[in-house]
Design a binder for this molecule. Structure first.
Ligand SMILES: [Fe+2]
Length: 184
């Protein structure tokens, strides 16, 4: 029987496309929509980065020293992006200075996503079998299903929207706890 489940790297590439599209939407958005779209972006990044941290990085580290260094490099990029996000959260979308910081974040996330697509994902695809890649994909889907990250279905009134609120760092902590609880 053909296995139609997507692989982890396919799913993460799709999420990268969503992230890029949200960045573009935010840059073109009217001022009154910016805060909501920025919240969507923060949630999407929290879910995505946490899933990578829990599902992808351990698998990468098991592939040996070279892969271990690739994971470390990605974590340093992630750390820089987290700092920029924290600065943006402190400023808020209406403040002067938000725009230029936002451009910095967009560039940092783009560099990070490209490095994953060109270095980390091919490593996993080269070393792991399709069965493993699909199983890891299921874990990422679980993470996403628990925290819908698309722009419309989660206004402030939605339960799942509420689950992922607060500063980015706090969202990542919550998401990490939920993923660990699910993996047990
Ligand atoms: Fe990524």
């Amino acid at each position: 029987m053909t296995d139609h489940r997507p692989t982890v790297t396919d799913l993460l590439r799709v999420q990268h496309t969503e992230v890029r599209s949200l960045f573009a939407q935010i840059e073109q958005s009217a001022a009154d929509q910016r805060a909501e779209l920025f919240d969507c972006l923060r949630r999407l990044l929290a879910v995505h980065e946490t899933a990578e941290e829990i599902v992808v990085h351990p698998a990468g580290r098991r592939l040996g020293d070279a892969a271990d260094q690739v994971v470390d490099a990605r974590l340093r990029e992630e750390g820089a992006a987290k700092q920029l996000l924290a600065d943006l959260e402190r400023l808020g979308p209406d403040e002067e200075g938000f725009g230029s910081k936002f451009v910095e974040l967009r560039q940092a996330v783009e560099v990070h996503a490209e490095a994953e697509e060109q270095e980390l994902f091919p490593l996993l695809e080269g070393e792991l079998g399709m069965g493993d890649l699909r199983q890891m994909g299921e874990q990422v889907e679980v993470a996403e299903a628990m925290a819908p990250t698309h722009p419309h279905p989660h206004g402030p009134e939605s339960g799942l929207g509420n689950l992922l609120t607060g500063p980015f760092v706090a969202m990542v902590d919550k998401e990490r706890d939920r993923l660990h609880a699910h993996a047990r």
